[in-house]
Design a protein around this ligand. Sequence first.
Ligand SMILES: Nc1ncnc2c1ncn2[C@@H]1O[C@H](COP(=O)(O)OP(=O)(O)OP(=O)(O)O)[C@@H](O)[C@H]1O
Length: 449
Amino acid sequence: MTQSILIVEDDLTFATMLKTWLGKKGYEVETASTNARARKLLTTRDFSLILSDLRLPDQDGIHLLSWLRDLQKATPVIIMTSYAEIQGAVLAMKEGAADYVSKPVQPDELLKKIKEAISQESKVVATPKESKENFATQNFLEGESEAARQLYNYVNLVAPTQMSVLINGASGTGKEYVAHRIHQLSKRADKPFIAIDCGSIPKDLAASEFFGHVKGSFTGALTDKVGAFEEANGGTLFLDEIGNLSYEVQVQLLRALQERRIRRIGSTKEIEVDIRLVSATNENLKESISKGNFREDLYHRINEFTLLMPALKDRQEDILLFANFFLDQANRELDRHLIGFDAAASEAMQNYSWPGNLRQLKNIVKRATLLAQGDFISIRELGDEILEHATPDAQQMQHSFVLHDEETEKQRILNALQQTGNNKTKAAQLLGVDRKTLYNKLKLYNIPQ
Ligand SMILES: Nc1ncnc2c1ncn2[C@@H]1O[C@H](COP(=O)(O)OP(=O)(O)OP(=O)(O)O)[C@@H](O)[C@H]1O
């Protein structure tokens, strides 16, 4: 199950940055900029963890803690403070905070604390086998198209080996998911899977991200830091957007991969590491090599096997499978009970080009699940972009209100009337038709007015 985090922070730039970063780490994240907004969100849903600034425009984080305690909510809270507010952090711990981190926040330290706080809270530790099963059946879909069949043929072949895999494909095609899948199907499945987004690390911090550093080795190195190579030891290291690494870091990376040993920045001690490397890119690395931006020797090292991710438009047969799969997920997340997509919506989705691939489909389905008023998602809820690309027939169908069979249509009308206490205007709104159409249908089905 995806874990959810509520960030309570009035510095919006910092909150957005944290949200993006935690999203990349697999968490579902919401933000609130005031204590009041956070409380409102907390009354509508539960979160696995709250990450709150100590100082907020309305009330401080301590108030949030006592409010949670009064409601007997056990959601763990991590408080973020500046060094000057350390007394506040101590008070927060006394008030029941699970932990605190000082600003500027060290990403590694924060992630470790988040994981600890959530795992202490849930106390249910999945065995590796269970989590493998979970990943396979609940969150992952292979698809049935020829392109999917070929892809997973290769995935199944390469996963149990030690080969370095380069996953090439456009944004949102599921590269990180496939990397995870390779890990899950390998002998390293019960060891760590560490993902690094090479596109988002500042150039001068990249080496420290990979290899770690010792305290004081450069300005800002306030504590010892374990790098991704060490963290992934025994498991899989996933380097996303590998084409974005600077030339110097490429050299260091190549050396580490060849020698299977690393040194933390500022340390002389060599540490042996055993990692399986999976990388991903949406660039043409051969072109980058010819332009002198990517080292050819590194390319061969990371690319013992290439997987090409098909674009969603090239796996037509999978579009509706994924749409329904994402609908199930969205139903669970939003506590809705939609049955499916109506005929026009299904047709429009199959005709659309999906430039943002699976990610775009997932987002659109989630939004539509939230907006849908009947039992089925209609083309209207899929948004203008898809409507514009729909065939004239499908566009027509969205106005016609004819469902697949009359019995279903009659039942929908009766349900809508019941839900709205027989209010025709509201029932028509709920059904997404105008009042005149509703009256015609009432006559057609002999429904008493
Ligand atoms: N096989 C799959 N089964 C279920 N969901 C998937 C699958 N592949 C991708 N998704 C969904 O699509 C979203 C995008 O996938 P992912 O992040 O792996 O794409 P990506 O190619 O790595 O994108 P980017 O290049 O932008 O990082 C994921 O958040 C996931 O929810």
